[in-house]
Design a protein around this ligand. Sequence first.
Ligand code: CA
Length: 373
Amino acid sequence: MIKKLAISALVLLLAACGEQQAASSFEGGAAVAEQKSFEWKLVTTWPKNYPGLGMAPENFARLVDRMSQGRLKVKVYGAGQMVPALEVFDAVSQGTAEMGHGAAYYWKGKTPASVFFTSVPFGLNAQEMNSWLYHGGGMELWRETYEPFNLVPFAGGNSGVQMAGWFNREINSLEDLQGLKMRIPGIGGEVITRAGGEAVTIPGGELYTAMQTGVIDATEWVGPYNDLAFGFHQVAKYYYYPGWHETGSTLELIINKDAWESLPDDLQAMVEAAARTVNQDMLDEYTARNNAALVQLVDEHGVQLRRLPDDVLVKLKTITAEVLDELVANNPLALKTRDSLQAFQAQVTDYHEISEEAYYRARRLETESTVQP
Ligand code: CA
């Protein structure tokens, strides 16, 4: 009996020592190394707290703050607060800010392949875009594209299919595109110019005035929820669909590579998880809010909703193929990216014809009327 008690006491004593050792080595090792905290600046191409697009960086900052228990603090600056909207890429590349939020196709002049990481005309929808990025090789190509700029990219939101835009003239034929001065970025802009119009790039915050003063005849922006917030219905009469030029636009979160590499592994994982969360959340919010905003635009503000004619769409699609061929002609990375995206689109389209598309059609079918006996 005494022997048994003595052994039990010894076992307990050893167990206690073991726990103490484990606790002290935890405090002395990993825990101390993880205490380093970071304060980052995040610059955006949107006005501060702008609904939809501008909420992604705000939500990202809140998420990483909570997940890291304050070890990674991110302060969000709206366009013009620290750097102008279209200088976000350079500011993060040079380390003026550690992070940025915007859209890759704004940087077409720096690296042509960038357009494929936002959206190209007649391209992937939001669901397909996320699939290409996360499971189809897209993210790897995006990282390769931004590597020379000392940037690490993440998807940071998706608008879904956009609207074709706001017009102060009706578009009934290709003739109506002649001389049309339109704010439309990326490849869509090139296509409009070749179709006889004139594409210009103007940051979102300046668009309302540009429409109001007649500097431009038309502008695309996002979709009903965002466009209502900007008040475009006060300066344009016609609202056209579908958004042939932006079919599921991905927004980007970019991180200065040195800043990224300075983060310990757990904070990097939190950044990745937070980016993925805000990427999906933006699409969810647009899906929830777009139709209510459209109803308000049409019913309360008298906006004229119009569909672009098929012959105009066919022409725009034809020109898109030419523009993309030229874009990738002298740029191996853009060529590789275009080919990856197009191969992905071909195979995903085959299946989506008999899944998503067939289901949309099935959902629209009328139910049979109840036959009275
Ligand atoms: Ca747009």
